[in-house]
Design a protein around this ligand. Structure first.
Ligand code: TXA
Ligand code: MG
Length: 353
C-alpha cells in the first residue's frame, strides 16, 4: 500500500490546502482506512472507532496484541453520551477543566462501541485532544476515532511524523504531518469505573491536579511498584514498551556518583567493542567521557525532558548503539510520567548508586 504523506501548516489550518488534506483524511477514515495524525501528546494512528473492521486494521498495522484496547477520540461532550454510560459527576467536572487535553477517562461502554475496539472489555477509554489538527481530523472522520500511538507495537511512541513514517510507511493509508508534538508522552489514563477513580498511566495531568477536582484518586499498584507481580489494569501497560533496540540501564543517585558509575560502565563496554549512548542533562553533560552523549534538557524543567524522551531513544536506534546509560530524572509534575516510561523502556533495569 502506498502511504500518502501530507504536511499541514497549523498556522494556516483554514487554508484551502489544509482543508483539502483534512477532507481527504476524513474520507479515508469514513471508508474504514487508517490515518496517522498529531495530537498534543504523541502521534495517533486513527481508524473509525465504531467500525470493528477498521479498528482491526490498527492491530494488524502496529503488530499490536488484540487484547490491548484502543482509546476513542472525540471532539465534544455530546459524543461522549453515545459511547459511554454511567458517567459520574466527577468525570463531568474533570472534563470541564481538562478536556480538551492530555487526559483519557475510562467508562462503561454502550452497545455502539464494538468489542473489536475495546479488546473485548465492557469499558471504553475516551479522550478529547486539544490539538487543532487532531480535532479537525476526528470531526472529518465522523467524530469517533480510535487511535493508539502511531508506532510499531513495543517501539517508542512517535513525537514527529518522521517517526510514524519509519514504523508504518506502506502499512497505513495516510500520515498527516503537523510537526513535532507539544507534550511528548501519552495522556494520563484515569479509570472512572473505579471508586475512587484510579490512574492507570501517569501523564501531563497529574494526580494532584485531578484530586483538586475529584477528591481522592488512587494510582494503579502496577504503576507505583512496577516490579511487583501486580497485573496492570490498563492491558497495554503489561507489555515491554517504549523500548529502544539497545539495552537501556538507568543509574540513580547523587549526580557526581552517577557520572562516575556511568563512565566506568561505559568504559568497560567500550573496551569490549560496543557502541555506547549516554542520556544526560544540561547540568551533567560535561561529566561524561565516552560514547555518544546527549542532553535530554535541563533538570529544572520536566516538561522539556518529557518532550525529548522518545526522540532521543529513537536517535540512539538510528546510531546503532548497543548500550544506553541514562540518568534518572526529577519526578515532579509530568516527571512521574517520564520515569514511568523510562523504567518500562529499560525493562526496570535500574542501578542505585
Ligand atoms: O496520548 C495518548 O493517549 C495517545 C494519543 C494518540 O491519544 N494514545 C495512546 O494510545 O497512548 P495507546 O493505545 O498507545 O495506549 C492506550 C492505553 C493502553 O495501555 C491500553 O491498554 C489502555 O490505554 N486502555 C485503553 N482502553 C482501556 C480500557 N477500557 N481499560 C483499561 N485500559 C485501557
Ligand atoms: Mg502506545
Amino acid at each position: 500500500m502506498r502511504t500518502i504523506i501530507e504536511k499541514i501548516d497549523r498556522a494556516q489550518l483554514n487554508s484551502e490546502e489544509s482543508t483539502n488534506i483534512i477532507k481527504k483524511a476524513g474520507e479515508i477514515l469514513k471508508k474504514g482506512g487508517l490515518v496517522a495524525f498529531p495530537t498534543e501528546t504523541v502521534y495517533g494512528l486513527g481508524a473509525d472507532g465504531l467500525n470493528e473492521n477498521a479498528a482491526k486494521k490498527i492491530y494488524a498495522a502496529k503488530g499490536r496484541p488484540s487484547d490491548n484496547p484502543l482509546i476513542i477520540h472525540i471532539t465534544d461532550m455530546a459524543a461522549l453520551g453515545r459511547i459511554a454510560k454511567k458517567i459520574p459527576e466527577a468525570a463531568v467536572r474533570i472534563a470541564g477543566k481538562y478536556w480538551p487535553g492530555p487526559l483519557t477517562m475510562i467508562f462503561e461502554k454502550t452497545d455502539a462501541v464494538p468489542y473489536g475496539t475495546t479488546g473485548g472489555l465492557d469499558t471504553v477509554a475516551v479522550r478529547m485532544p486539544e490539538d487543532d489538527i487532531a480535532a479537525a481530523v476526528i470531526r472529518a472522520g465522523g467524530g469517533y476515532i480510535a487511535a493508539p500511538s502511531a508506532n510499531t507495537s513495543g517501539r517508542p511512541s512517535p513525537t514527529k511524523a518522521r517517526h510514524v513514517k519509519e514504523d508504518l510507511e506502506g502499512r497505513i493509508d495516510m500520515i498527516v504531518d503537523g510537526g513535532p508534538t507539544e507534550i511528548g508522552v501519552e495522556s494520563t489514563i484515569l479509570d472512572m469505573t473505579a471508586d475512587p477513580p484510579m490512574i492507570l498511566r501517569p501523564g501531563a495531568v497529574t494526580r494532584e491536579m485531578l484530586e483538586e477536582l475529584a477528591g481522592p484518586v488512587c494510582v494503579d499498584k502496577a504503576v507505583i511498584a512496577p516490579e511487583s507481580k501486580e497485573r496492570p489494569k490498563a492491558p497495554g501497560m503489561k507489555y515491554r514498551h517504549y523500548a529502544p533496540r539497545a539495552e537501556l540501564c538507568i543509574i540513580e543517585g547523587e549526580m557526581e556518583a552517577v557520572a562516575d558509575a556511568v563512565n566506568r560502565m561505559a568504559e568497560e563496554k567500550f573496551a569490549c567493542g560496543y557502541k555506547i549512548g549516554i542520556i544526560g542533562t544540561d547540568e551533567t553533560l560535561g561529566k561524561y567521557k565516552k560514547g555518544i552523549v546527549k542532553s535530554i534538557g535541563t533538570r529544572e524543567d520536566e516538561a522539556v525532558i518529557a518532550n525529548r524522551l522518545y526522540g532521543i531513544l529513537r536517535e540512539f536506534d538510528e546510531e546503532n548503539v548497543d548500550y544506553i546509560f541514562s540518568e534518572a530524572f526529577p519526578t515532579g509534575g509530568i516527571g512521574s510520567a517520564v520515569m514511568n516510561r523510562l523504567l518500562k523502556a529499560a525493562g526496570h533495569h535500574v542501578i542505585y548508586i
